[in-house]
Design a protein around this ligand. Sequence first.
Ligand code: ZN
Ligand code: ZN
Length: 366
Amino acid sequence: MKPEEVWDPRGLRLRQVRDRLHESRLDALLVSHLPSIRWLTGFTGSSAFLLVEPGSATLITDFRYRTQAAEEVGDAISVRITGSDLFAELALCLEEGDSGPRAGFEDHNLSVRDRRALGECCGGVMWEAAGPLMDALRSAKDSSEIESIARAVQVAERALVEWLGAVREGASERELAAELVYRLHLAGSESMPFDPIVASGPRSALPHAHPGERRLREGDLLLVDFGARVEGYCSDMTRMFVLGSPAAWQVEIYRVVSRAVESAIEATEAGVPARSVDGAARDVITGAGFGDRFGHGTGHGVGLEVHERPSVNARSRDTLESGNVVTIEPAVYLPGRGGVRLEEVVVAEEGGRRVLTTFPRDLKEL
Ligand code: ZN
Ligand code: ZN
């Protein structure tokens, strides 16, 4: 081992997977979910399997990724390029490998057709659903992952500042969304973690609005929910603006949501049940009489995927761990009038939290 070598998390992550396999009495794990493959190997291609066995880890991909795979994966992982398909190569790999007959697969990610193919290609293997094994491992981020997410937040915030210059009366939501995508790319986002939501006036009351042809008018609430991607890691934030001076009802729901955000951030801490963070936001909104106007969860984990573990909602069974990065995004939606949602990215830590979003949270008049 070279002493000057930079620390590479892949060895540790593979060890964590092997420990979990051991606990689950599994001899091997087939990883098919691409973000999990990236997390374990660094591979960023669009088609691959990763087979983790006690003494080896093998990335199986096709000829399009021959050069890329060799460059991206570390020495600890061997690469096999299939001449036919991933399943056939997997069968060969398992035949030659050192693992026993019980192998796990990612049941939340494999299609019914792929599950059938797995049974047909590897007859001697007993395939068992491994559940959210990989998702659970990926949910507690190390410091380099948190820094990547923090950079993705900064890129998004820089783009937002630039984008505000283009927001004017008469601009359509679709034009503004296109402008935001452009600004995000210029600011350094590798790709869009999701299509930005730009919703104006009464359409701000649609939790997952698609930007449409509606044009901005005086007095509109303007909701923008978007993110950037840096080193594979996503950010996700929502801010609200108002064209001109806000009406009293807009200020009222804005204040309620703002207080809900503060309360949920205060509640975010390692060791706390995620549902109590949801409760902290929901209690504020319910207490203000808008409980039935907040129909979704308070937040979700963010990482290589924009929605991942842990879930922050009333049904969540997750307990926050140090290094969990979650969004806090309570809302009040008044159908036909407008809605307010605010979204922050927060890291749970021992005895506290770190808020990664820095863009001011007040209702900015444009
Ligand atoms: Zn969002
Ligand atoms: Zn979100």
